[in-house]
Design a protein. Structure first.
Length: 308
């Protein structure tokens, strides 16, 4: 178990994803920033928003989420600005709430009025902020492995992560922080090896700017209590970021929390419990049809008029 976290992270970043495994690449302009996205499948739209320093392939394709959902839904995946094949500005003002607006602009670009939105880790923070700022654009929301809740020590941690990125040490503070309690922390050599692999496909200055903008995603207490969007939180039982989900239990309305036994931050998204729980939740919150039926239910038959 000592090398598991580092090995999983490094391996996932190095694994190439064949074009045959996912939908065709597409791009759109989001207020001057070119963003990459993919669309796969047919049905109600589901927008997937990945986590920090990840991308579409790492967060959604490799764990099998895209394939599982595309059987029944139109799956839209976005490379967040600063990540993947999207543009990577170095100005912190280009992140934070701009990442939230990117999701809305993509829906506008695709002429979609409402969608289910699923975010993981940082993507959960973006999704959480979407609930507060654009509830009218959501059929449902899923917070995977995190939430936009600020905890004591966050500011110092963010400063440390920015400094690490700017000084060539990459994601060392983050990888250490994501090690589940009771497991050995990664060694300096392990961190160095993993960082060399991960940062080979990332821009450290862009990631540092992303981190500086994350504080803008925090949700005010009154917005949590006023939530009317059906929301699911899916988190691993030994994920250190579960500490951000737990406080929502008594503070956020319209929320269901599902804890995945034995899962950590890295492997939870690929667990059958994550995918099955997500599919069940999405099925329960399909849009209503013209006569008020759920989209996955048969339409009500009109009564046969009696003969005179």
């Amino acid at each position: 178990m000592r090398y598991r976290f580092i090995a999983v992270v490094a391996l996932c970043w190095l694994l190439p994803v064949s074009g045959s495994l996912r939908a065709e690449d597409a791009f759109f302009d989001s207020k001057g920033v070119k963003l990459h996205y993919t669309v796969e499948g047919k049905g109600e739209p589901v927008l997937l928003i990945h986590g920090f320093a990840a991308n579409i392939d790492f967060n959604w394709v490799l764990p099998g989420v895209t394939k599982a959902l595309a059987k029944d839904y139109q799956v839209i995946s976005i490379d967040n600005r600063g990540h993947g094949r999207s543009d990577k500005p170095h100005d912190a003002k280009q992140y934070g709430t701009e990442m939230v607006e990117d999701a809305v602009r993509l829906l506008d670009h695709l002429k979609i009025k409402k969608a289910h939105v699923v975010g993981y880790s940082m993507g959960a923070m973006v999704t959480h902020k979407l609930i507060a700022t654009h509830p009218d654009r959501l059929l449902s929301a899923t917070l995977g492995g995190g939430a936009a809740v600020k905890l004591p020590g966050d500011d110092q941690f963010m400063d440390d992560l920015v400094e690490s990125l700017n000084n060539g040490k990459g994601l060392a503070p983050l990888m250490t922080a994501l090690t589940p309690m009771g497991r050995p922390k990664p060694t300096e050599e392990q961190l160095k090896t993993a960082n060399q692999m991960i940062m080979a496909v990332n821009d450290p200055k862009a990631l540092a700017a992303v981190v500086r903008g994350l504080s803008d995603l925090t949700i005010p207490e009154n917005k949590l209590k006023a939530n009317r969007v059906p929301t699911l939180a899916l988190v691993g039982a030994i994920d250190p970021l579960k500490a951000r989900v737990d406080p929502l239990k008594d503070r956020m309305a319209n929320l269901t929390i599902v804890v995945i036994d034995g899962a950590d931050h890295i492997d939870a998204v690929g667990k059958p419990e994550f995918i099955n729980g997500l599919k069940k939740f999405l099925g329960e919150h399909r849009a209503a049809g013209e006569n008020g039926e759920k989209a996955n239910e048969p339409k009500r038959k009109e009564p046969i008029p009696s003969r005179p």
